[in-house]
Design a protein around this ligand. Structure first.
Ligand SMILES: Cc1ncc(COP(=O)(O)O)c(C=O)c1O
Length: 541
């Protein structure tokens, strides 16, 4: 059994959560000062000077263009833990200090319209943040859902406990869409996942949940073992995605209650959400194979059915984005439970769980004291239900239906055309996509790929804090909107190339970069423990 488990784990640290936490606790802090920052890859002096000039030019653009937005952000950031965290982890920590000093990224926005957002300085940027995936149909769509939804429920107002009648409509539609029997409402995707797993454990009387390596299912401890969670998640198995060894394990163990699938992993199986703070080299890759992933889900379905394991699709991110019927429709596989969230309440906060009767019931007919508890003060809030009703009704209208027409063909062609242009210009950058969810990866070994996010921002593209790791388009991007974005990506890449960040030579490989960083860490660790070294902020020569 132990051998089978170790075979079903991915060989990376993400596949070994305890080891990852131990390793993370040993990584020492160090950073590059201005004298090391520009040639950490041993680039020649003239290249380092070109980079420095480019860096300062870009910093001047940031300084001048984002003045008000950055100033207000600066005022509050010391008191907002979220901002302190995100601003630190936009780029690898060794570079973060200087980047924070020169590129003061603003965290405020004034308005949105079409596919753009405008900051406090009046700069309009094409929105590629997708509001963490909430924005599927364009911001104007959600503004209308929220306004019209509020009108629908105004009479009842914020009364909780009693349902507003629109809730009955929402339930009917969600059951049609999911093909399942019952629904429960929650306040966030995280809570919907918590409830799905709790019910699966209750009904199967088994302890463990299975998640696949790298998959995000919210920030509840059991689905987030490893780095980021101070406790070990002892009743979680993290298995290899798309791998026979995982199916073998599911076939043989008796303690598995459920398998959680986040279909977004199809774009980068076994790898965590790609953020630029982990871009220490160019090892990041991505590619989506719809047929292979659909096949994997079918096999998973068969094993779960045979073993009485509850198969849960976590569609909080991809539901309604890939197809009106979500990932179940898109991949042609049915789950026992499905979670939705993000977009489904028309722009208001929500989590939804749909499931089969036999898994959703919170009591046992023959054991009245043996119940499965679930609560939430704001569940089924009338305003959320009103906005959800607008969302679900609009989903059935022609203008919204037409947005799904040839969706993959359109976005695959857009990605392909951009890659062809990048190749023609000999730029070492490519995009990969799962429909409207994109990621950028890099062809040549480099320590500086994370700089690209700042060139993109300067070119008028709004990115989330994970930088080039994830770009999310709303379905209402027209050809003209998209052409403007493609042009900006191309011109940003040209500027970055001109400024020397992608210099490389035969000795510079991903492996040599990783070796170098590892050596630096050992050096910094030694410096921090030695009485001769500085303990606060060792700088590497
Ligand atoms: C697949 C998936 N599940 C769950 C969650 C958690 O949802 P929330 O942030 O609403 O708690 C997310 C959020 O990104 C997600 O992408």
């Amino acid at each position: 059994m132990r051998l089978q488990l170790s075979q079903a784990k991915h060989r990376s640290l993400s596949g070994h959560s305890r080891m990852a936490r131990r390793f993370a606790s040993l990584v020492p802090f160090y950073e590059y000062g201005e004298s090391q920052f520009f040639d950490t890859d041993r680039a020649p002096g003239n290249v380092a000077a070109t980079r420095r000039a480019g860096f300062m030019r870009l910093a001047a653009i940031f300084e001048q263009r984002f003045k008000k937005t950055a100033a207000l952000t600066g005022e509050i950031s010391a008191s907002v833990s979220d901002l302190q965290f995100t601003s630190r982890y936009r780029v690898p920590f060794q570079f973060s200090g200087l980047v924070r000093q020169y590129f003061r990224t603003g965290s405020f926005a004034e308005s949105s319209s079409g596919v753009t957002v405008t900051d406090l300085d009046g700069n309009g940027s094409y929105d590629l943040t997708g509001s963490y995936g909430v924005n599927v149909f364009g911001y104007d769509f959600y503004k209308e859902c929220i306004e019209r939804g509020a009108e629908r429920v105004r009479g009842l107002g914020p009364v909780l406990g009693a349902y507003h009648p629109v809730t009955a409509y929402n339930i009917r539609r969600l059951l049609q869409i999911s093909g399942l029997d019952e629904v429960s409402f929650h306040m966030s995707g995280t809570e919907a996942v918590m409830q799905a797993v709790r019910l699966a454990r209750y009904h199967t009387r088994r302890t463990h949940l299975v998640r696949f390596c790298g998959a995000y299912h919210g920030w509840w401890g059991d689905v987030q073992p490893g780095v980021g969670n101070p406790l070990a998640a002892r009743e979680t198995y993290t298995l290899k995605d798309l791998d026979e060894a995982s199916l073998r394990l599911l076939r043989s163990r008796r303690d598995i209650a459920c398998v959680l699938v986040n279909p977004l992993q199809a774009l980068h199986p076994n790898v965590s959400a790609p953020g630029d703070s982990t871009l220490i080299d160019s090892g990041r890759t991505a590619a989506f194979d719809r047929g292979a992933y659909a096949d994997w889900l079918k096999r998973l379905r068969e094993v779960c059915s045979a073993r009485g394991i509850v198969l849960i699709f976590d569609e909080v991110f991809v539901g309604f984005r890939l197809a009106p019927g979500g990932a179940q429709e898109y991949f042609g596989v049915r789950a026992d439970m499905v979670t939705y969230g993000k977009t489904v309440a028309g722009g208001l906060p929500v989590g939804v769980l749909c499931g089969l009767h036999r898994y959703m019931r919170r009591f046992r007919e023959d054991r009245p004291a043996d119940i499965c508890f679930a609560r939430g003060t704001f569940n089924s809030h009338p305003y959320v239900m009103g906005s959800m009703c607008e969302f679900l009704q609009r989903l059935d209208t022609d203008p919204v239906r037409s947005l799904y027409q040839d969706l993959d063909e359109i976005w695959n062609a857009r990605a392909r055309a951009l890659n062809e242009r990048l190749a023609a210009e000999q730029l070492p950058v490519r995009v990969a996509n799962l429909s409207t969810i994109w990621t950028i990866y890099y062809l040549d070994a480099s320590r500086y790929n994370w700089m690209f996010q700042y060139y993109l921002r300067a070119a008028g593209l709004a990115l989330s804090w994970v930088g080039t790791g994830r770009l999310i388009f709303s379905l209402n991007y027209t050809d003209t909107d998209y052409a403007a974005v493609a042009e900006r990506i191309l011109s940003a890449a040209k500027d970055m190339h001109r400024d020397g960040w992608w210099w490389s030579n035969a000795e510079l490989t991903n492996k040599s970069i990783r070796h170098r960083v590892f050596k630096e860490m050992l050096q910094a660790r030694w410096a921090s423990t030695s009485p001769m070294g500085s303990i606060s902020s060792p700088r590497i020569k």
